[in-house]
Design a protein. Structure first.
Length: 176
């Protein structure tokens, strides 16, 4: 009797391989999701630093010592020429429909700040008057999926973080 030639895999062998691959995928996916959230949060921290630096540059070069009150004012270049204070991709990330690396960025009106310069006297024809302070926030577009931490920065250039929103833009500035 001659042995039969092995022409392929048996169903049992294929099921074992599929089961092993499924187990490996189940172990890898949560780690990958944590990696993506960590990367998004790192990008948000860097963007908060960019916004704080842009506000400082705006105050010294364009706002007559006052800070911009919106992301739109920071993305406008000076009328006399030059670069905008922040990149357009960061300025466009002001709604959950267009986040930047999973985060949405806003500048809230900080109560207690005084008007510094009239909007007509800014170097870029800003939409709002400059103020003596600012409060910028970064919130995950989908909390728990794109990030778990919320970030904020103000004129003190101190980046804050929390697992809950640091400011309610609709009702004004609020720290927890």
């Amino acid at each position: 009797m001659t042995p039969r030639a092995h022409d392929g895999f048996t169903l049992i062998e294929l099921l074992i391989v599929v089961t092993i691959l499924s187990i490996l995928a189940a172990l890898a996916v949560p780690g990958y999701r944590r990696y993506v959230m960590s990367t998004n949060e790192t990008s948000a921290i860097a963007s908060m630093k960019v916004i704080a630096d842009a506000e400082a540059a705006y105050a010294s070069a364009c706002g007559g010592g006052g800070y911009a009150t919106s992301m739109a004012d920071l993305v406008k270049p000076p009328v006399a020429g030059g670069q905008p204070f922040i990149s357009p991709d960061l300025a466009e990330a002001v709604s959950p429909d267009s986040p930047k690396d999973g985060y949405v960025y806003m500048i809230a009106d900080k109560p207690g700040t005084a008007k510094v310069t009239d909007k007509a006297r800014t170097c870029n024809n800003a939409a709002g008057d400059t103020k003596s302070g600012f409060f910028a926030t970064a919130e995950p577009g989908s909390p728990g999926t794109t990030g778990t931490r919320f970030f904020a920065v103000d004129e003190a250039n101190l980046i804050r973080q929390n697992t809950a929103p640091l400011a309610d833009v609709a009702s004004g500035y609020r720290l927890q």
